[in-house]
Design a protein around this ligand. Structure first.
Ligand code: NAP
Length: 264
């Protein structure tokens, strides 16, 4: 049976995980490959991307690793050039890279603000701009941009720059969706809630007092289901939005949070 994205070419940014386990980008890359896509695994960290590649290869999938920093325009252009050279086109662009440096107005440095906006928001502009050419040429493409419920709600670990960058991702995605709707290119954003991923351990342990298991219990308790989600929950939606099953869904901002935003 053909996979849900059989024969498509997908770029996943942040396709490794910033620690042991399965993050959102790693899960999305594995699912896209499992469903038949050829996947370009973009990451700053070669080892992390190669770990994802090993999982994909063990399942019989096809992928290449591309080490790059998606906050650089030249790197984003090079990622798309590498992709079209290897696989002929780009059908799916999954913009997953994001960093979080917790802090409010008075304890966010100018450097942290600039870095967060560059890595979380400018990167999406640069990657979409680079991929628009091949997508327009074939009159089809699916873009999935990872935002956060922090774009629409303030969470316990106050992250001013992060929340602003993720709100920008929703607006950016909406603008692109409308601009390109008649060209066959779709763009949607996903707003994950509290997910138990390596990203959280790396980014937020300090903001929760330095104790990982206490942080996990606190975050679980904040979720109406009593449990955080996992990378696969975000990846399953990303796969659907990237597939032709979602052919009339564009400009949407979809929440995956176990009803958390319903309560806060
Ligand atoms: P992750 O494990 O932290 O990151 C995936 C990979 O991205 C890491 O290997 C990281 O490398 C790499 N990376 C970081 N900056 C990069 C850059 N400038 N260029 C290329 N690669 C870069 O994260 P994830 O679990 O895949 O997903 C994180 C995404 O989900 C973010 O957009 C985040 O905002 C969003 N999100 C997460 C949650 C949650 O609760 N987990 C909730 C809402 C939204 P290094 O490790 O070397 O930095």
């Amino acid at each position: 049976m053909a996979g849900r994205v059989q024969g498509k070419v997908a770029i996943v940014t942040g396709a490794g995980s910033g620690g042991a386990g399965i993050g959102n980008g790693k899960a999305a890359a594995i699912l896209l490959a499992r469903e038949g896509a050829k996947v370009v695994l973009v990451d700053l960290n070669r080892n992390a991307a190669e770990e994802t590649q090993a999982i994909i290869s063990a399942e019989g999938g096809e992928s290449i690793v591309c080490v790059a920093d998606v906050s650089s325009a030249r790197a984003c252009d090079a990622i798309v050039a590498t992709t079209t050279k290897a696989f002929g086109t780009v059908d799916i662009l999954h913009n997953n890279v994001g960093i979080e440096e917790a802090g409010g107005l008075e304890d966010t440095s100018e450097e942290s603000w600039d870095r967060t906006l560059a890595v979380n928001l400018k990167s999406m502009f640069l990657m979409c701009r680079a991929a628009a050419g091949p997508m327009k040429a074939q009159r089809s493409g699916a873009i999935v941009n990872i935002s956060s419920i922090n774009a629409i709600r303030t969470l316990p670990a106050i992250s001013l720059a992060y929340g602003v960058s993720k709100a920008g991702v929703i607006a950016f995605t909406r603008e692109v969706a409308v601009e390109f709707a008649a060209t066959g290119i779709r763009a949607n954003s996903i707003l994950p809630g509290m997910m138990q991923t390596p990203f959280v351990v790396t980014s937020l342990t300090e903001a929760y007092g330095g104790d990982i298991s206490a942080m996990t219990s606190q975050r679980d308790a904040l979720c109406p289901t009593g449990k955080q989600g996992e990378g696969w929950d975000v990846a399953n939606l990303a796969l659907f939005l990237a597939s032709d099953e979602a052919k009339y869904i564009t400009g949407a901002a979809v929440i995956v949070d176990g009803a958390q935003t319903c309560r806060i």
